[in-house]
Design a protein. Structure first.
Length: 328
């Protein structure tokens, strides 16, 4: 990029450092995840121009498509021209399992990036942008998601113990990033799955393109507003937890009387999670039955969810590990 692009470079610096609180340096490197698609290639170009000696790049080859190796080589060639060290990360052969392929690929990709980052790379940037936020909003709305699910993705989250995943392009439109790669003459890969109607995101992308009233900018703004609402609810839940939720060993007690439903739901979720962790079953669990359990507790009975038994006791809700099922 040349001086005529200085405004874009400065915009990128401002957006990144608003998240990191400082500029990357040779001692504290910025990693960029680059697939070879237009968004991530724009991220690479902007980062290399903004921080010439403080950027490293990685491409994850999932082994799903024969084009993957060639795309990684294409990214490596661009990195060589930009003076950015590049690494291709090949996932182990056994990373796939039953369930949603795209979710599994994301988990495996982030695990590989976290291992790659090491001790001198406190940030790994991805190229999520405003249109991605709008598409995700519609995907989750279609599934009936609550406030947390509809909230825009956060600009940063923990990737590993000393590594943050950062998203400096959330305020950029896909067309703006396409302009970056066009102006620099960068060749990009096109993933056919982006147009495949079998995938939710592809269908939402096509819906937005075909519906003038569904403006990506407005959808992303709504998701951003809900992110603020989610933060407020999390804050309120933390305050109520101090007075209403207590843990006794592997058991939990919750005083839900008079709580707004959403706060009661969040504290019930915390109670169940505590019991599961304290009983030796940490990790995520399916909470689809949480509303039904809360209705039972409010009605004076109880129930079981995720191997946790709950019942009302003297005006509170009591949670403990469910006894093992008897086999005959």
């Amino acid at each position: 990029m040349d001086r005529s692009d200085s405004e874009l470079i400065e915009r990128f610096r401002n957006d990144l450092e608003a998240i990191t609180g400082e500029a990357p340096s040779p001692e504290r490197l910025l990693g960029v995840a680059v697939s070879g698609g237009p968004d991530s290639m724009a991220l690479l170009v902007l980062a290399a121009a903004a921080y010439p000696v403080a950027v490293r790049a990685a491409t994850v080859d999932h082994g799903l498509r024969p084009e993957g190796a060639g795309e990684a080589a294409m990214v490596a060639a661009l990195c060589e021209g930009l003076g950015v060290p590049h690494t291709t990360l090949a996932l182990p052969a056994d990373w796939r399992g039953p369930g949603n392929l795209q979710d599994q690929a994301r988990t495996a990709r982030y695990r590989a990036l976290a291992e790659w980052a090491g001790a001198d790379m406190p940030w790994v940037a991805t190229a999520h942008q405003r249109d991605d936020v709008a598409e995700t909003f519609l995907m989750r709305a279609r599934r009936g998601a609550g406030v947390g699910g509809l909230a825009a993705m956060r600009p940063a989250r923990k990737l590993a113990e000393r590594v943050e995943l950062v998203r400096p392009l959330l305020g950029w439109a896909r067309c703006e990033l396409a302009l970056v790669v066009r102006r620099t003459g960068v060749t990009c890969a096109e993933d056919a799955s982006n147009q495949d109607p079998r995938f939710d995101r592809s269908r939402m992308r096509a819906l937005i393109a075909a519906t003038p009233d569904l403006l990506a900018q407005r959808l992303a703004h709504a998701a951003s507003n809900l992110r603020d609402a989610e933060a407020a609810l999390a804050w309120a839940a933390d305050r109520e937890a101090g007075a209403r939720l207590r843990f006794e060993g592997a058991e939990a007690w919750l005083d839900a009387a008079g709580l707004p439903h959403e706060l009661a739901r969040r504290l019930t979720h915390r109670a169940v999670s505590h019991v599961r962790t304290a009983s030796g079953s940490p990790g995520p669990w399916r909470d689809q039955g949480l509303e039904r359990l809360m209705a039972s507790l409010a009605g004076g009975s109880g129930g079981t969810i995720a191997h946790v038994q709950a019942r009302p006791v003297r005006g509170e809700w009591h949670f403990r590990a469910a006894p093992p099922r008897r086999t005959h």
